[in-house]
Design a protein around this ligand. Structure first.
Ligand code: NAD
Length: 370
């Protein structure tokens, strides 16, 4: 674990800053009640960085991110910056951060708190207690493979090309993340590809199996075709523990799994890279939702995704599992008490603001700490 816990906070645009503010209150709480101190700095990213510096991420902020132990990221984008050229758009700031920090494993948990089971589009019994972790490969595969492009053909028609390509090291490093996670959970990994129709999928399956046999014999490994996985996620989602898959399938399957939980405002994520010699992993943590310009600045945003992203940061970058669990338990208690922001409102419950949700979480932390 890093000694001084250097944390860079990049609130970004829209609801990013107001959601991040609730996390900062929790950071203060840990300082006061647990003598757990972070060396916090902040910076601009996305549209906010563009407005100040004419780029979505300055070299200085990137350098800060590279020297931080963990980055907490809000959200970027909004109508003010929709007409900018491609390379200046707010999301380019996030993509540059992920690339330069070499964050190849994207962790997307799909968890349903008991109090939220009714909010899912599936029957409550199918999702109550759901706890899946999807590990998506983030820097390879068809989104990056060469050759790519659109070409004119001699007959006047056009041809679009993208290439799905994976190498042994790329598969092994993301599979390793999945096996390590499984060891701390229910010890089961399901590797997902389409080895029935794709050679890259065949390689994926063989490499994951070989790695498991060589290094993780204690972890239960199964394989599934991606189309079947999509069906199983909506048929019987609780059958899964950890799913590991490539960039494209992970993009689709993690969004499908996310919706089992009922709301975008509840979903955290982490992107992590290689561990250093001491086993420490640098990571970037962010809610799955965007900047929600429609409700920005109105104290209406659900801060849970951001707070749960901070819990992931504590667990995966700083090995503070107990503190992470404390935040998750406090979140569960807030929801069980019937507090809801507008996005997760249900009949008969209390509709509250972002700030009141933050107040309630701090109160629950106080209760849990006594
Ligand atoms: P969005 O996630 O911002 O919003 C979708 C809908 O969900 C909106 O109605 C919004 O009000 C609601 N919502 C989202 N998060 C919420 C929360 N925490 N609490 C309550 N309601 C919430 O997606 P969008 O509308 O497609 O995109 C808006 C902007 O965000 C765009 O500029 C887009 O490019 C950007 N975006 C950024 C990221 C990111 O920063 N990682 C991700 C997705 C979209």
């Amino acid at each position: 674990m890093a000694a001084n816990k250097k944390l860079l906070v990049l609130p970004g645009d829209g609801i990013g800053p107001e959601a991040t503010r609730q996390v900062m209150r929790v950071v203060d709480w840990f300082d006061k009640h647990r003598a757990l101190r972070f060396d916090v700095s902040d910076g601009l990213v996305g549209g906010a960085a563009y407005d100040a510096h004419r780029v979505p991420l300055t070299d200085e902020t990137l350098a800060d991110a590279l020297s931080a132990d963990a980055v907490l990221f809000g959200a970027v984008g909004g109508p003010d910056w929709d007409d900018l050229p491609f390379e200046l758009r707010p999301e380019r700031g996030l993509l540059r951060l992920r690339k330069e920090m070499q964050l190849y494993a994207n962790l997307r948990p799909a968890m349903v708190f008991p109090a939220m089971a009714e909010a899912s589009s599936l029957k409550p019994d199918l999702v109550r207690g759901l706890d899946i972790m999807i590990v998506r490969e983030l820097t390879g595969g068809i989104y990056f493979g060469e050759p790519r492009g659109i070409e004119e053909l001699p007959d006047g028609t056009r041809r679009g090309v993208n290439t799905q390509v994976y190498t042994t090291p790329e598969i092994q490093r993301v599979a390793r993340v999945a096996f390590e996670l499984a060891k701390k959970r229910d010890n089961r990994v399901c590797s997902v590809e389409k080895s029935n129709v794709m050679e890259s999928g065949q390689l994926w399956r063989e490499e994951v199996q070989a790695l498991r046999d060589a290094e993780y014999p204690e972890v239960e490994l199964s394989h599934m075709y991606a189309d079947n996985c999509a069906m199983q996620l909506v048929r019987q989602p609780k059958q899964f523990d950890v799913i590991v898959t490539d960039n494209l399938f992970g993009d689709l399957l993690s969004d499908a799994a996310a919706m089992l939980t009922g709301s975008l405002g509840m979903l955290p994520s982490a992107s992590i890279g290689d561990p250093d010699e001491s086993g420490f992993r640098r990571g970037l943590y962010e809610p799955v939702h965007g900047s929600a310009p429609d409700i920005a600045g109105q104290d209406q945003a659900n801060p849970m995704a951001m707070l749960l992203s901070f819990a992931m940061l504590l667990r995966y970058s700083f090995d503070l599992g107990e503190e992470a669990a404390l935040i998750e338990q406090a979140a569960e208690n807030v929801l069980a008490s019937g507090m809801r922001t507008a996005d997760i409102m249900q009949p008969g419950l209390a509709k509250v603001s972002t700030t009141v949700m933050g107040d309630s979480l701090l109160r629950e932390l106080d209760k849990l700490a006594t």
